[in-house]
Design a protein around this ligand. Structure first.
Ligand code: PGA
Ligand code: ZN
Length: 426
């Protein structure tokens, strides 16, 4: 991180569009040495209820109420006037000032979308001003940066696609690839073979929000069968030594008020869901399950962890929301064994780094993630490398806003000296 106090010359925001065609915030920060850094803010669709709050205008006359003019004004007004013309010893001080200026526990006053854009742009500006790559600048002392295993979300369901598939994400993870570029090749080749397979079976090959296919299938097991076939058709070996599968059911989205889960038209209890997950991991090469249960089903999560935690990576997304305090609580209670890491879920880069450190200290894996609404910003690619966590999900190997991250990692992979690839300790 930066060693000398920094001065910020200007902070400017703009309302731009995200990958779903909805408005989002872009922030540009300049420093006295003429460094200029830009950040684009992502946006989720299946959000956790305890996430930092995205500020939307709610003016039905603009973008159906989704405008972010208020968040942009917050950056150009209050935030810019506070940050410019002062000395900042470190990014942590800038982020603490943003949190204090907002004054709410969920960043709802200025807007988490305003705050996170400023935080990301400042991090990038300070790194570049230091003459360092963002991943290098973000790497904490004692951590070995690594190229992460890319988790390509190649079949989309849930709220990310207009199909009857209740599980949201079906990912392929080349755990056994010899390098990051070879992992990307595996992802793209399997994606192509899956397209062919779907077409041959008469399914439409239209895409969901994260670039995965969105066929009209209902049962998660049918999607998994297709993935295993696509992996084999492309010449790869399904499993941890080759290409494994990861699932994000995003179960908060299909849990009813009565506590039951609705999957493919069936009503399932929390224990039925655990049984279903266990059966799936027995039948398919699934190595990771994210949000297999809903965010408010902590008892179920404890039981799921007891049942599968020894052999399956169980990632908390909606339940942890990248919040260091919630993650610490979960670690103390033995809930899951990994946390999803989304910068905009908590709202500043510093708090995100704290969430990562909390996981690392508590023996929890970290899974760096995009959002379903993205820009071409590649911050999370560098963040994943800097954490040394070894795993990242940023959608299918298709669509500009998704491949921007994978392409940034290809660039980092090409730099010398070479960096290790894959899960730490693998
Ligand atoms: P979101 O979903 O970005 O739409 O919230 C991603 C996820 O659930 O992991
Ligand atoms: Zn998720």
């Amino acid at each position: 991180m930066a060693s000398e106090p920094a001065v910020i010359t200007s902070v400017r925001a703009l309302e731009i569009l995200d990958s779903r065609g909805r408005p989002t915030v872009q922030v540009t920060v300049t420093l006295p040495d003429a460094t200029m850094a830009v950040a684009g803010v992502p946006s989720g669709a299946s959000t956790g209820s305890r996430e930092a709050v995205e500020r939307r205008d709610r003016d039905a006359a603009r973008y159906g109420g989704l405008g972010v003019a208020g968040a942009v004004d917050a950056v150009n007004g209050k935030i810019a006037s506070y940050l410019t013309g002062r000395e900042w010893p470190a990014l942590a001080d800038i982020d603490a000032a943003l949190i204090a200026l907002d004054g709410t526990p969920d960043k709802s006053r200025l807007g988490a979308n305003a705050i996170v854009g400023v935080s990301m742009a400042c991090a990038r500006a300070l790194a570049h001003s230091d003459g360092r790559e963002l991943w290098d600048w973000l790497t904490p002392s004692g951590v070995t940066p690594r190229l992460p295993v890319p988790h390509f979300n190649v079949i989309n369901g849930g709220v990310h696609a207009p199909n009857p598939l209740d599980f949201q994400e079906f990912m392929i993870a080349p755990l056994g690839a010899p390098s990051f570029p070879e992992a990307v090749r595996a992802g793209a080749e399997i994606y192509a073979s899956l397209r062919g397979l779907l077409a041959a079976k008469g399914y439409a090959t239209g895409l969901g929000d994260e670039g995965g296919f969105a066929p009209q299938i209902t049962e998660p097991e049918e999607a998994l069968d297709l993935l295993v076939t696509a992996i084999r058709d492309a010449g790869y070996v399904p499993g941890r030594g080759g290409v494994a599968i990861a699932l994000d059911p995003a179960a908060s989205e299909f849990r009813g008020d009565d506590g039951g889960y609705q999957v493919a038209g069936q009503a399932l209890t929390s224990s039925d869901m655990i049984e279903r997950c266990a059966q799936i991991t027995g039948r398919f090469p699934v190595w990771l399950i994210e949000d297999g249960l809903a965010e408010n089903d902590w008892d179920g999560w404890a039981a799921l962890t007891q049942r599968l935690g020894e052999r399956i990576t169980l990632v908390g997304d909606d339940i942890f929301v990248t919040n260091p305090a919630i993650i610490a609580d979960a670690i103390a209670r033995g809930i899951g064994n990994a946390a999803l890491i989304k910068v905009n879920q908590i709202g500043t880069v510093t708090e995100t780094l704290t969430a990562i450190a909390t996981c690392r200290d508590g023996g929890y894996a970290q899974f760096v993630s995009h959002r379903s609404g993205e820009t071409t910003d590649t911050f999370i690619a560098d963040l994943a490398v800097s954490s040394g966590c070894g795993m990242l999900k940023t959608g299918a190997p298709a669509r500009g806003e998704r491949v921007a991250k994978y392409n940034r990692l290809l660039e980092i992979a090409a730099a010398r000296p070479p960096m290790p690839y894959g899960l730490p300790g693998a």
